[in-house]
Design a protein around this ligand. Structure first.
Ligand SMILES: Nc1ccn([C@@H]2O[C@H](COP(=O)(O)OP(=O)(O)OP(=O)(O)O)[C@@H](O)[C@H]2O)c(=O)n1
Ligand SMILES: C[C@](O)(CO)[C@H](O)COP(=O)(O)O
Length: 223
């Protein structure tokens, strides 16, 4: 059994991107985003247990990408669910590793330092959640009113969010809640503390069309 594993969730439709195919299948520099993301993990650690969560409709497309871009990598695939939470549930059930990272397929720019920090901290402390500080001033806005926030106390959360398999399995036994916007919030809902660790600024989530331009500027020219 591999000590470390990753569940890469790619079961979403990408409403905010507004593209004709889910954004994880769009290409940047002639390579699908999902292939860049899987490659980032494989390049860091060739012994990872890799599980990709896809939608049923995209299984043929994913197989073609796997054959063309990732022929040398062993990958298990499972189908996603209605919400990200359900896709994570299906992926984690299929991952046999002791430390499981959960990562968005649309974050191809995670770097080795973030991966090393996340997995090694989760191994030591049970979980690790990457963040970056806010580079903007922040305000709490309600209707027409707003109030300045102390930005040193608010951070932006990234993936991979890493957990021991026991902890994340316990978390995923809970009923789905709209508050579960990431995996840290799932584990926190059981009263567990989460450990924040340094992420990397390039590790953006490709959400809207502008993010494609940013990622294209940051990804290497060759796959
Ligand atoms: N039911 C879902 C919803 C999301 N995801 C995955 O979770 C990651 C982060 O979600 P997000 O960026 O919100 O993707 P979408 O849900 O596809 O985007 P949108 O909210 O704009 O529709 C993506 O890799 C997406 O494919 C998933 O596996 N299953
Ligand atoms: C999990 C996540 O990427 C951490 O920043 C984020 O919460 C996903 O949010 P979204 O609502 O699916 O965009």
């Amino acid at each position: 059994m591999n000590k470390y594993g990753v569940v890469i969730v790619a079961g979403g439709v990408g409403k905010r991107m507004g593209s004709s195919i889910p954004k994880q299948y769009l290409t940047i520099k002639n390579t699908p985003i999902i292939a860049w993301t899987i490659r980032a993990f494989y390049d860091w650690n060739k012994n990872l247990d890799i599980v990709i969560v896809i939608s049923k409709e995209m299984q043929d497309v994913f197989q073609e990408i796997k054959d063309q871009f990732l022929p040398d990598i062993t990958i298990s695939t499972v189908f996603g669910g209605k919400e990200r939470f359900h896709s994570v549930q299906n992926g984690v059930r299929a991952c046999k590793a002791e430390i499981i990272g959960i990562h968005d397929a649309v974050r191809p720019l995670v770097n080795n330092k973030t991966l090393e920090t996340c997995y090694s901290t989760a191994e030591k402390l049970g979980n690790a959640i990457p963040f970056i500080p806010s580079g903007n001033s922040l305000r709490w806005k309600e209707g027409d009113q707003s109030k300045a926030l102390d930005r040193s106390k608010v951070v932006q959360i990234q993936t991979p969010q890493c957990f021991t398999r026991k902890l994340i399995n316990q978390g995923l036994e809970q009923e789905f809640s709209e508050n579960f916007t990431d995996d840290a919030s799932v584990v926190e809902a059981m009263g567990m503390e989460v450990n924040l660790v340094e992420g990397n600024f390039e590790n953006i989530k490709i959400t809207s069309p502008v993010d494609l331009k940013i990622a294209a500027a940051l990804l290497p020219d060759k796959f």
